[in-house]
Design a binder for this molecule. Structure first.
Ligand code: F6P
Length: 376
């Protein structure tokens, strides 16, 4: 009996999603004669039963296209926005899975998608996931697809900012995506030769950053490029967040609802205060150094457009390996990249974990060796 595969893309879009759909789909159809159905806009399409037949024609000509032909959303099965409230729609999703006689549901996405897929697995569905995100922060895989393309775009942006920063003798602070991890800012910062790189894993001291810039100035370099991860934070903010998180955990443990509400409010205030951090940092650096400063926020440019060759290759090999695993009856795993090969990793080891940049990572070591300021 031919197997029936459902597939969806969820979370933020990223370059390589279509390459992955094509890899899974073509191998499933061609090598194994399976039936493949796509659900539109992530878990929402599965809940609303909005489908797209993924036959050979639909899978043709999409390798080089950015975004996802299925559409995506950040909607979660257990907290689905319904009008002005959120509802647990897991039962509807489970029912639709069975209505389509699915043998397995392939969920392609980042950290949030891994968690949501794992929850569906706990509700009895066969799920298998692929790691997609420009943030490169999915646990237990060497790398995620989308990352290489975004890295190239952010690096090129830093390259371009050099000549204008140099000509005007300015500090240019460039904000790079990456959510709460620094893979993208660190990678692009090192590859683009940023003078300062600030990542969430290393809370910064703004005085030290200013001093590093002034030292360059005194040495004859009147411009500086600061690559800052959108999740980067000062040492004061990091300490306050740490305290607030501990207060939340303590109140939860004690079951003290009053204290919990207060601690959660404090945490939310601190998180909200982080919005606009890059602009504030730029102003602080201008004041401390008295050098004219500008800010560039790369934003969604980093996620758009055609995937790099490396991302096409990665998405294709993980996608085809996914079809092979389905044919072998494997589910409940992330199809992880391991060296040149792949490794199925149990979703329980992936869901709810985030791969941050280790403080002894070779890129950090190299950055320090060449004199890059990391803000500490
Ligand atoms: O996870 C990918 C990512 O681009 C992050 O780097 C960023 O923090 C977030 O998504 C932005 O999300 P949205 O597109 O929903 O604004």
């Amino acid at each position: 009996m031919a197997k029936h595969i459902g597939i969806l893309t969820a979370g933020g879009d990223g370059p390589g999603l279509n390459a992955a759909l094509r890899g899974v789909g073509k191998a499933a159809l061609g090598a194994y004669g399976m039936n493949v159905i796509g659900f539109r806009d992530g878990f929402r399409g599965l809940m609303e039963n909005r489908t797209m037949r993924l036959d050979r024609a639909a899978l043709s000509g999409i390798l080089t296209i950015g975004g996802t032909i299925l559409g995506t959303s950040r909607d979660k099965p257990h907290r689905m926005p319904m009008g002005d409230q959120e509802m647990d729609m897991t039962d509807v999703i489970v029912a639709n899975y069975h209505k389509h006689n699915l043998d397995v549901l392939v969920c392609v996405g980042g950290g949030g998608t891994q968690k949501n897929a794992y929850r569906l697995m706990q509700h009895g569905l066969n799920v298998i996931t692929l790691p997609k995100t420009i943030d490169n922060d999915v646990a237990r895989t060497d790398v995620t697809f989308g990352y290489d393309t975004a890295l190239g775009i952010a690096t090129e942006a830093i390259d371009r900012l050099h000549s204008t920063a140099h000509s005007h003798h300015r500090i240019i602070v460039v904000e790079v995506m990456g959510h709460n991890t620094g893979w993208l800012a660190l990678g692009a910062g090192v590859a683009g030769g940023a003078d300062v790189i600030l990542i969430p894993e290393i809370p910064y001291d703004v005085e030290k950053v200013a001093e590093a810039i002034l030292e360059r100035y005194r040495g004859g370099k009147a411009f500086s490029i600061v690559a800052v991860s959108e999740g980067a934070m000062s040492q004061e903010t990091a300490a306050a967040l740490d305290e607030a998180n501990k207060a939340v955990a303590k109140a939860q443990k004690k079951g003290d609802s009053d204290k919990l509400a207060k601690a959660e409010t404090r945490l939310a205030e601190l998180e909200a205060g982080r919005v606009g951090n890059t602009v504030r940092l730029t102003q602080q650096l201008e004041q401390l150094t008295r050098l004219e400063s500008r800010v560039t926020i790369l934003g969604h440019l980093q996620r758009g457009g055609t995937p790099s060759a490396a991302d096409r290759l990665l998405a294709t090999r993980l996608g085809t390996a996914c079809a092979d695993l389905i044919a072998q009856g494997v589910s409940g795993v992330l199809v992880a990249a391991r060296g040149d090969g792949v490794e199925p990793v149990p979703l329980a080891e992936v869901a709810g974990r985030r791969k941050t940049v280790p403080l002894d990572h070779p890129w950090i070591e190299s950055a320090r060796r060449i004199g890059t300021c990391l803000g500490d």
